[in-house]
Write a protein that binds this ligand. Structure first.
Ligand code: TXA
Ligand code: MG
Length: 334
C-alpha cells in the first residue's frame, strides 16, 4: 500500500467528500493543525479514528461543522453559546456543550460523556470539504495519541501514513496550535485547553472572567489498564499532563544550548547550537512563534541532538498557549 496524499483542489476535495460519505478517513488542513476526519454519526468510523491514533477511548473527539449547519440539532446552544459562536465561529475555538436530545453524533465521539465538542473551522479547504459532504465530521489532530500535532501534510504522511485513506495537502496550517477548548456545559465557563483564541478575548464577550483549568499533573495520555481515572479527569482529558511530545526530551527555559542539545530560540540574536538551531520568531512575534512551534519541534526531533533546549517564551496572550504545549511536551512520559 502507498500513502495517498494529493494537493487540495476542487476535484480532490470532491473525492475526499465521497470517501467521508462512505465511512472513510480523510486528513485535511484547518487553520490550527491537520485533522483526521471521519463521519461523526457512524460509530464504526469513529472507532477507526480511535484505532488509527491509538487514542484512549476515554478521550472524546471534536466534531467539525460547515458554516450553515445547524449546531442546535447536535448540542444545546443556550444564549451564552450563541453569543460565543457568533463572535468566534468560524475559527480556532471549540465549544464543549451538552448533547441535544436526539443528537446524531456517535456516542463514542463523546467518549461516554453527555457533552459534545463542536467547532466550525475557518480554513478554506476544511470549509469546502465540510460544505461538500454536509455531515458532521469528527476530526482529532492527525497524529498518534500523545505525539506532536501535524501542521504540514508531510507530518501526517510521516505520522499516520497508510492508516488514512486520503491526505489533502493544503500547505502549512496558518495557526499552528490546536483550537482553544471552552467548556460551556457548566455554569462557570472554563478553558480546558488554551489556544489561539485567548481567555481575555472570551472574557470580553462573556462579560466575566474565564478560568483556565490546570493540567492534571500526575496523569498521562495512556489510560493504561488499572489506571484509575476520576470523573473530573475524564471531564477534560485534553488536560492530561504528558501530551504533544516529540521523541527527544525537552529542556525548557534554556538560555543557551548545552553540548549535544538542539536549540529552539525566540527573539533577536539568540545563541546557537552547533547541532541544530531554529528561531520561532526572530522579531519576538508570538503569533509567528505559535505557527512555527510544532513544525520546528518536528524538525529538531529529527536532528542528531539528544535533547531539545527551548528558550523562555513570555506568558502573554498566545504565549500562554505556546507554554501550555511546551510544558506538556516536557512532562514526564509514561
Ligand atoms: O485545532 C483543533 O482543535 C484540531 C483540529 C483538527 O480541529 N483538533 C484537535 O482535536 O486538536 P483533538 O481530538 O486532538 O483534541 C480535542 C480536545 C481534547 O483535548 C479532548 O479531550 C477535548 O478536546 N474534548 C473533546 N470533546 C470533549 C468533551 N466532550 N469534553 C471535554 N473535552 C473534550
Ligand atoms: Mg490532539
Amino acid at each position: 500500500m502507498t500513502v495517498n496524499v494529493v494537493p487540495a483542489t476542487a476535484e480532490s476535495i470532491a473525492a475526499a467528500a465521497d470517501l467521508l460519505a462512505e465511512g472513510g478517513l480523510v486528513a485535511f488542513p484547518t487553520e490550527t493543525v491537520y485533522g483526521l476526519g471521519g463521519d461523526a454519526t457512524r460509530e464504526r468510523t469513529v472507532a477507526r479514528i480511535f484505532a488509527a491514533k491509538g487514542r484512549p477511548r476515554f478521550n472524546p473527539l471534536i466534531v467539525h461543522l460547515a458554516p450553515g449547519m445547524p449546531a442546535e440539532e447536535i448540542a444545546i446552544m443556550d444564549e451564552r453559546a450563541q453569543r460565543i459562536a457568533a463572535r468566534f465561529w468560524p475559527g480556532a475555538l471549540t465549544l464543549v456543550l451538552a448533547r441535544a436530545p436526539g443528537c446524531p453524533i456517535a456516542l463514542l465521539a463523546s467518549a461516554g460523556l453527555d457533552t459534545v465538542a463542536l467547532r466550525m473551522p475557518a480554513h478554506p479547504v476544511a470549509q469546502a470539504l465540510l460544505k461538500k459532504v454536509r455531515i458532521p465530521i469528527a476530526a482529532p489532530s492527525a497524529n498518534p495519541s500523545g505525539r506532536l500535532s501535524p501542521t504540514e501534510a508531510r507530518h501526517v504522511v510521516d505520522l499516520l501514513g497508510e492508516k488514512v485513506d486520503l491526505i489533502l495537502d493544503g500547505g502549512k496550517c496558518p495557526g499552528g496550535l490546536e483550537s482553544t477548548v471552552l467548556d460551556l456545559s457548566v455554569p462557570e465557563a472554563r478553558i480546558l485547553r488554551p489556544g489561539l483564541v485567548t481567555a481575555e478575548e472570551i472574557a470580553a464577550v462573556l462579560g466575566a472572567p474565564v478560568a483556565i483549568a490546570q493540567a492534571a499533573a500526575a496523569l498521562t495520555d495512556r489510560g493504561g489498564a488499572g489506571e484509575i481515572i476520576s470523573d473530573e479527569e475524564i471531564k477534560s482529558p485534553g488536560m492530561l499532563a504528558s501530551h504533544y511530545a516529540p521523541k527527544k526530551p525537552l529542556r525548557l527555559g534554556a538560555e543557551a544550548a548545552a553540548p549535544g542539545e538542539a536549540f529552539l530560540a525566540f527573539g533577536p540574536n539568540p545563541p546557537r547550537s552547533i547541532l541544530a538551531s531554529l528561531n520561532l520568531s526572530p522579531t519576538g512575534d508570538l503569533v509567528e512563534a505559535a505557527a512555527n512551534l510544532f513544525a520546528y519541534l518536528h524538525r529538531l526531533d529529527a536532528s542528531q541532538a539528544h535533547t531539545i533546549a527551548v528558550m523562555p517564551i513570555p506568558e502573554i496572550g498566545i504565549g500562554a498557549a505556546i507554554n501550555d504545549r511546551l510544558r506538556r511536551a516536557a512532562a514526564p512520559r509514561p
